[in-house]
Every structure is written in C-alpha cells, then in structure tokens.
Design a binder for this molecule. Sequence first.
Ligand code: MG
Length: 238
Amino acid sequence: MDILEAIEAYNQRNGVTLEFKALLSDMDGVLYNSMPFHAKAWAETMQAEGVECEAREFYAHEGRTGKGTINIYFNKHKGREATEEEVQRIYSEKARRFVECGEAHPMDSAQEAMQMIKASGKTIVLVTGSGQKSLLQKLDLHYPGIFTPQTMVTAYDVIKGKPNPEPYLMGLTKAGVERDKAIVLENAPLGVEAGRAAGIFTIAVNTGPLSEEELYEAGADIVYPDVKTFANEIKKIL
Ligand code: MG
C-alpha cells in the first residue's frame, strides 16, 4: 500500500480530507534507538523488586508512563498498586540504569527526516510517554531548532498517557491544528493505538522486535520497516 492510498482510506473512514500541517512524533524507537536500553533497564529494575520478567516483554509496554508500567507489574506480581513513593523510587532507579546502558543514538535518517519536514513548513510536536531527562535534554543537541518546550508533550504533561488518546490530543492543541491536519509517527503498538484513538492518521515505523501485523492490528494506517523508508515516502505529501 502506498501512502496516498492509505490517506484516501483514512479520509473515507473519517469523512475528512487530510491536509498535512503538523507531525506529532514519538521519541523512543523513532527519534532515538533507545528501546533496547529502556527494555534492559526496566527488566533489571523490576527484577531487583523481586518481579520475574525479561527485557523483551517491555516492548509491549512501550509508550506507557513509568507509573503505568510499574502498576501493571505490581498488580500482577504483588496484587496491589504501587504507592506514590514506590513509583518515584522505582522510576528513578530505572532512569539511572538507562543512563548506565550508555548513550542512545539518534535513529538512522531521523535527523534528516525532521529537518526536511520542518523545512517544508510543517509544525513538529514531540509526543512521548517518557520522563527520561537524560534523553529529553539531548533533543536540542541532536534535533536543533525542532523541539521547544512549547512543542513537547512528555510524561510530565499527561495523566493517563498512551494508549489513551490524551497525549496526542494535547499534541494537536500544541500544534494548533485539528485531527485531520496532522500525522502521528510512532513505533509502538500502544502509541499507535493512542494516535488512532485521537482520530489522527498514524504512520508506524517498525524499528523493534515486533511484527508488522502487531502495528497494523493496533490501528496503524501504514507501516514502514524503518525511519529511512518513512523519510522517502513522506516526500510524496510535502
Ligand atoms: Mg516509541
């Protein structure tokens, strides 16, 4: 399927005419090749809490807030929600272990893609469930002039987080556009679900270990194997 066909299907489904004015982009697994570090840091942190788990299962939780992820494991393994104090302590520990993994690098072709989209006059808004300050603070270094505090939705802004549409609805507000004037760029099923639930045309880049089908099942309008392919295809509508 071509991006133009996917947009046509979106238009028919929603009774709208998509006009691309703003890109709402996720961070981990899209702008940064950081998911292997997040998965490792989560698994080590939860194992230290006495929870049996493996790194790869955390890809299924990608996009959730830290609190959301912690409570899924607490409910399953301890039969209760984590206290606010536990959430703070465990999330800090996870963030510390993430930093120990080393430096997360920008995803191949992502810097060029963002510069190209910005140069064509589109607004770009970051929409991430992450509260990883070590990475958020690097954005302006790796993506200069692209993201400002006014054009970012992070873990510090949301209550529900992905897969709820809340963060992407906030992204639309920050971009100052309606749902049919924006495109979501995601890599995780829960993020795709959030974009779709917000009524926005949602592109997925499959940069992790999941199958393409999982991203289509989550509601992606089109799935590309990597950011480089996305960058080439998006040129058709710039
Ligand atoms: Mg992601």
